[in-house]
Write a protein that binds this ligand. Structure first.
Ligand code: AMP
Ligand code: MG
Length: 491
């Protein structure tokens, strides 16, 4: 008799609080099975953090789960309803190609959404096929994990499986399913949906749920819903400041792609800026530059104003007073954001305390960078490493004058130059996911089935502040190209 080897327990520990919300918030729905799923990427550290058993996650059974072919015990799959302003236009959306399996309760008591993206058509698919291509799912995996490494709040990527089925875009591409992990998938667009298509009672239910899930430690004051707006705004101001400080461009900051938790979500045509220029856009569909690098803080404020609008009926029973309360909160965004940005910029220059002239010092540097088309990341890296030979324009009299001012500024604080350098090292990444490196990794994986390049890249990006010698080559710029880098939504 052959002995069947016992499968180690997988560690799934689902709860389904979202499924207990009003029926109109979602549609119960299983994933569509796929032909021949194969696990190509597993995030072992994340699996461990979630309380999942890493060996079990490599089994055929787990692959079936990541593909949507099997429902793990305790999961209650559903597609979430939401709406959103896409490039300014309001539409009904919802998970058109994703299902929420449930919420994994981790050993430390955290509640994390586990979502399959590319899992087939849902009630909200409209004309879409509900599927995802391998390249974009690997791209989301790389960039989201890079953001996590950079210390920026983000959804994360647990696994990618290929489906063995083609998806038809401009050409036939290999299909894949990404397992995405998030503090929650509540979006500004979730509130817009409930405000437009559900009752005020439902809106209150959603706001209570969001508060409980993300802000229960915050002070709810005497108006919990106004506090919710304030707290979301605070987290978004912090988040966008962090994006700006590393040169991250999201690319599609539609209201459905802005979370209530303050995590970065939906990695479509995003990319990191090379040469510093506030007008930088990578997305091929962002023709007006609505979501350009320099616009991101304004768009965040615009999106938060849409959240405020959605909350109006529960901010105050009198509409005029509700509007006044909402406006008062939203009007504070600019200062709040600016404060986070400025303190982050001080840290990038090794400055600990505050002086009124700091902002001028920072802006002068940025304007020189823009004038000389200097690489954003590598300029700060060169300043951190005292590598004066690295940038041609460090020879110019205007830079030399700036440097004298900067050094004098550092002298005026009590912290040593060493401490200052340490602060710079922990604030300026030595590496970011360079566009050409990401493309190279995707090409090897998608075209040749070779994941070694991608895994090496992931390893380097997991410690962006390490400043190891091996990171040097990943900091290098691509060979000059005649075509500007473009990202596509072709997801
Ligand atoms: P995104 O650009 O990923 O934020 O998606 C915007 C909306 O389009 C969301 O409602 C998605 O679920 C939906 N969507 C994107 N791609 C597909 C697809 N292939 N099939 C169905 N719905 C999709
Ligand atoms: Mg989206």
């Amino acid at each position: 008799m052959t002995e069947k080897k016992a499968m180690p327990a997988s560690g799934w520990n689902f709860d389904n609080s979202y499924a207990e919300l009003p029926d109109s918030f979602f549609t119960r729905q299983d994933a569509d099975p796929v032909r021949s799923p194969e696990l190509v990427l597993l995030n072992e550290p994340l699996a461990a953090l979630m309380g999942l058993h890493v060996q079990a996650m490599k089994s055929g059974e787990a692959t079936s789960v990541f593909a949507g072919n099997e429902i793990p015990e305790g999961a209650l799959p559903l597609a979430q309803a939401y709406a959103g302003h896409q490039f300014g236009h309001f539409t009904m959306l919802g998970d058109g190609r994703a299902i929420l399996l449930g919420e994994q309760i981790t050993p430390s008591g955290e509640r994390l959404d586990v979502q399959l993206k590319g899992s087939g058509r849902t009630a909200y698919s409209r004309g879409g096929d509900g599927r995802a291509a391998l390249g974009p799912m690997l791209r989301e995996y790389i960039i989201s994990e890079a953001m996590h490494g950079l210390g920026i709040p983000t959804t994360r990527s647990l696994a990618v499986v290929t489906t063995g089925e083609p998806v038809i875009r401009e050409t036939a591409l290999p299909g894949a399913v990404l397992t995405r992990v998030a503090a929650s998938h509540l979006r500004v667009g979730t509130f817009q949906y409930v405000r437009n298509w559900c009752s005020v009672h439902d809106l209150r239910t959603l706001a209570d749920y969001a508060w409980q899930r993300h802000y229960s430690d915050a002070d709810s004051g005497d108006n919990r819903y106004l506090s919710l707006l304030q707290e979301v705004m605070k987290r978004q101001a912090q988040l966008i400041a962090k994006w700006q400080l590393v040169g991250f461009i999201h690319g599609v900051m539609n209201t459905d792609n802005m979370t209530i938790s303050g995590e970065t979500i939906d990695y479509g045509p995003c990319a990191f800026m090379d040469a510093f220029d506030p007008k930088t856009v990578f997305s091929s569909i962002d023709l007006q530059g609505r979501y350009a690098y320099g616009n991101q803080p304004y768009i965040a404020a615009w999106n938060l104003a849409r959240l405020a609008e959605a909350l109006l009926p529960i901010l105050h029973e009198d509409e005029d007073q509700a509007i006044a309360l909402a406006e008062d909160v939203i009007s504070k965004f600019t200062d709040l954001y600016h404060g986070y940005w400025l303190s982050g910029m001080r840290a990038k220059l090794g400055i600990f305390n505050e002086e009124a002239e700091d902002e001028g010092l920072i802006k002068n540097l940025l304007s020189m960078m823009q004038k000389h088309g200097a690489d954003y990341t590598n300029t700060f890296r060169a300043l951190t490493l005292d590598r004066w030979e690295e940038m041609d324009w460090f020879d110019t009299p205007e830079f030399e004058q700036w440097q004298v001012q900067w050094q004098a500024r550092l002298e005026r604080q009590e912290q040593s130059r060493d401490l200052s350098r340490q602060l710079m090292r922990s604030s300026n990444p030595a590496v970011i996911p360079r566009n050409h490196r990401v493309e190279e990794a995707l090409e090897a994986a998608v075209e040749q089935g070779d994941y070694s390049v991608l895994k090496q890249l992931l390893a380097v990006l997991s410690q962006p502040y390490a400043y190891t010698p091996e990171q040097d080559e990943y900091a290098a710029m691509p060979e000059p190209s005649s075509r500007p880098y473009r990202t596509f939504c072709g997801t």
